[in-house]
Design a protein around this ligand. Structure first.
Ligand code: MUC
Ligand code: MG
Length: 381
């Protein structure tokens, strides 16, 4: 028993497939629906918390799939935490770490739900439980990823005119570099007041980087994300050393040891922070600390989460002394309809950090019911 007397009594999962407003293309996958595993944690006082397990294109962006996330929660992670004191977050994370290696998206989903549930029970925002807020809002980046330049120009101009976004991340690496460069040139000409970031999603070799990074520099691209394969941290270090544009490591650094290695080798000078990589809110804060200790800048990454996962990220981001590049949590807007109906607010190129108890969002139960093919499934101890 703990100070509050609260225990974890039930963990439930549910699979939904939420449509996106358009196709979203990466170098290695393309989606028109976002598969999401939702988690619900129920405490002994009846408090409920929600979390979200994210993937992109099945096991394409990383090794976890919606099916594996749900199975690892139901079969291993939930039994490991059932009956534990609810507000001992470190102990719950430790129990999950012992129950399963990696499975970071699954662990992050459960931990998000736990913070949400305890926050609701105590009437405190999750950010308060993570050290307290230092920021109220962040500049929010939008991703251009249809691959159709005319459509992307129209989309970006509309976002800019509506004061929704003025920094854009362009997904490249699915076409030849010559074609990507031509597309980027048209985008820079059409969006003179906007910043462009490119995400190659591991699509280039180090040799291609040597050949094409100077051209990106010439176009005024402000940041290049994960140009080479994830496991090639030595090559990423070489590319970073040669580049005058900041280089961000994304798929190449999941664990704290990988973040430390990236920092020590200067494999990237910016880290993309994601729950799906860190495996939990506390671990995400630690990743930020390790990167900062190595002099890396921080970027608030996403994996197209709905408002639930977005709020979990914002809870952590809001407690960091500095998030140099702002965040790309545009997920609630890429879905035709978000899974939350209150708490997520975008205004004047920014996203506001929710302030209510727990994650500070209201889950749209009716819409979730509409989207999912089954009911909540209870994990047995
Ligand atoms: C990634 O690799 O960054 C995040 C935004 C987006 O458009 O794709 C994702 C994944
Ligand atoms: Mg990326």
């Amino acid at each position: 028993f703990d100070e509050t007397g609260l225990t974890i009594v039930r963990v439930e999962t549910r699979a939904v497939n939420a449509p996106t407003i358009r196709a979203h293309k990466l170098s290695n996958t393309e989606i028109s629906h976002k598969a999401i595993i939702l988690v619900r944690v129920i405490l002994s006082d009846g408090s409920i918390g929600h979390g979200e397990g994210s993937t992109l294109g099945g096991p394409r962006w990383a090794e976890e799939s919606p099916e594996s996330i749900r199975a690892s929660i139901d079969r291993y992670l939930a039994p490991a935490i059932l009956g534990l004191p609810a507000n001992r977050f470190e102990a719950a994370a430790h129990a999950m770490a012992r129950a399963a290696a990696r499975n970071t998206s699954a662990k992050a989903a459960v931990e998000s739900a736990l913070y949400d549930a305890v926050g609701h029970s105590l009437g405190l925002p999750a950010a308060q439980l993570l050290g307290g807020r230092m920021h109220d809002r962040f500049e929010v980046i939008w991703a251009l990823a249809s691959g159709d330049t005319d459509q992307e120009i129209d989309e970006a101009r509309a976002k800019y005119a509506a004061r929704e976004h003025r920094r854009f991340k362009v997904k490249i690496g699915f076409a030849a570099p010559e074609a990507d460069l031509a597309r980027l040139r048209r985008l820079t000409e059409a969006l003179p007041d906007c910043d462009l970031i490119v995400d190659v999603n591991q699509g280039w070799t180090a040799a291609r980087c040597n050949r094409w990074m100077p051209a990106l520099e010439e176009l005024g691209v402000v940041l290049v994300e994960q140009p080479v394969p994830a496991q090639e941290r030595a090559n990423l270090a070489r590319v970073t050393a040669r580049s005058r544009i900041p280089v961000m490591i994304d798929e190449g650094a999941f664990s704290l040891a990988e973040v430390a290695e990236a920092g020590a080798r200067a494999a990237g000078n910016v880290l993309s922070l994601k729950l799906v990589k860190s495996g939990g809110l506390q671990e995400l804060k630690r990743a930020a600390g390790i990167a900062t200790a190595h002099g890396m800048e921080l970027y608030g990454g996403c994996l197209l989460e709905s408002g639930i996962g977005t709020a979990a990220h914002l809870a952590v981001f809001s407690t960091l002394p500095q998030l140099h590049w702002g965040t790309e949590h545009f997920g609630p807007r890429i879905l035709t309809r978000d899974l939350t109906c209150a708490g997520i607010r975008f205004a004047d190129f920014h996203i506001a950090c929710p302030t209510g108890p727990g994650l500070g969002v209201t889950v749209d139960e009716a819409y979730i019911q509409e989207l999912s093919d089954g009911d909540w499934r209870t994990a047995a101890a």
